[in-house]
Design a protein around this ligand. Structure first.
Ligand SMILES: *Cc1c(COP(=O)(O)O)cnc(C)c1O
Length: 393
């Protein structure tokens, strides 16, 4: 079966087979990795034909086509463009849709490297960046200026997971002719579908759930329609964005087990959270499926799961105790990224990554990525850590 043979198949079915073409590769089930820069033209006529399929590997190859068409279908878009990391997928999208003199709006809960890109790079090109409260909803209208070109959303947001009212924001944007983009690394084509909630471009770090095994950096931007797609493609071309074939191969492979893995991340996270709720050392647990969570009702309305990522804010504690808590964890080493098979801990320095809604709370903030270990072991590890927090050596 080829992915486009039958549109009546459900998502689970077509996603199992999408992007494959065994007939083209001697029956080999998965599209092989073809390493290439040069791609030869059969003759001058082919060279002169602007629609000739593969011209130079930087601009596309069979494996990038396979992954991009699959991602476009999964997110419900016209087309997708890959890039070598999640961050480059975000920056190439911004560069496609902004110019000197524009004003753009970025949610305060944005992935922090994107905040620093906007602050340090976009400002050099004469683009004014304003951060907004992620929970602003339709009231974003009062921030729109005549030169507002773009609104960036990330829902749930980085570190604190505020759920944004994306349909309300996109409705305002449409009224004012403003382009909208959303970082959907958290949803990864499964938990949330930005394009079906009015967003023009959905951008994902495939590095997270899609790769899923802590061995790939890869990004993709998915366009709502052909006009948006063409601008994204041109941006990637001018910037020389190209993803490595090995990474595209691994990401395509990751898609086969994506739903199963995300369900397991979530199942284990739910068990860990049940334990964390019982602990007095914790001020707040940040996880959209909790009823007390900011934007929980919107999450319930728009999303179909919450995944394996959460944060905990400890009650204020001595630095030594916090270090002993974190350093002694056996199953939660400190490491960036998330969405993979293994559990991780990542400290969040909140004050440096919020400006529109300044972070004024005390206490150590730790993000936890919950992997596939036995939740019994994860809970025992965290329990021992919290005992160390209470009674450091
Ligand atoms: C990790 C991450 C990215 C960036 O992905 P990289 O491949 O590391 O560049 C973008 N957005 C979010 C929300 C992320 O968590």
């Amino acid at each position: 079966m080829k992915s486009d043979d039958d549109n009546t198949f459900s998502e689970d079915t077509w996603l199992t087979h999408a992007g494959r073409d065994p007939d083209a590769y001697f029956g080999i089930v998965n599209p092989p990795i073809a390493r290439a820069s040069t791609i030869l033209y059969p003759n001058l006529e082919a060279f002169e034909n602007p629609d000739h399929r593969y011209r130079y590997a930087r601009e596309g190859s069979p494996i990038s086509d396979a992954f991009e068409t699959t991602m476009a279908k999964l997110e419900g878009g016209f087309g997708a463009v890959t890039s070598p990391s999640g961050l480059t997928a975000l920056t190439m999208t911004l560069q496609a849709f902004t110019k000197a003199g524009d004003h753009i709006l970025i949610c305060d809960s944005v992935y922090p490297p994107m905040r620093f890109y906007a602050r340090d790079m976009l400002s050099k090109f004469g683009i004014e960046v304003e951060f907004y409260d992620p929970q602003i909803g339709g009231a974003i209208e009062r921030l729109i200026r005549p030169n507002t070109a773009l609104i960036h959303m990330e829902s749930p947001g980085s570190a604190t997971f505020e759920v944004q009212d994306i349909p309300a924001i996109t409705a305002v944007a449409k009224k004012h002719g403003v382009v909208t983009m959303a970082d959907n690394s958290w949803g990864s084509g499964i938990l949330f579908k930005p394009l079906s909630h009015g967003v023009d471009i959905s951008v994902l770090a495939c590095t997270k759930y899609i790769g899923g095994h802590a061995d790939v950096n890869l990004g993709v931007a998915i366009a709502r329609n052909e006009a948006v797609y063409k601008r994204l493609r041109a941006s990637a071309k001018h910037l020389g964005m190209c993803a490595a074939p090995e990474d595209l191969y691994l990401a395509l492979r990751g898609l086969r087990s994506l739903k199963l893995r995300m369900a397991k991340n979530e199942e284990n996270a739910t068990a860990v959270i049940e334990f964390l709720k019982t602990r007095d050392e914790i001020q707040q647990i940040f996880y959209p499926a909790l009823e007390s969570h900011p934007g929980h009702d919107i999450w319930k309305r728009d999303c179909c799961g919450a995944g394996g990522l959460l944060s905990i804010l400890l009650k204020p504690a001595p630095k030594k105790a916090v270090h002993q808590f974190v350093d002694g964890l056996k199953l939660f080493p400190i490491g960036a990224s998330w969405g993979g098979y293994e559990s991780l801990a990542y400290p969040q320095f909140m004050k440096s990554i919020r400006s529109a809604v300044p972070w004024e709370r005390d206490g150590f903030m730790l993000r936890l990525q919950i992997g596939f270990e036995d939740p019994f072991d994860l809970i025992a590890d965290l329990k021992a850590g919290l005992e160390r927090l209470n009674a450091p050596d």
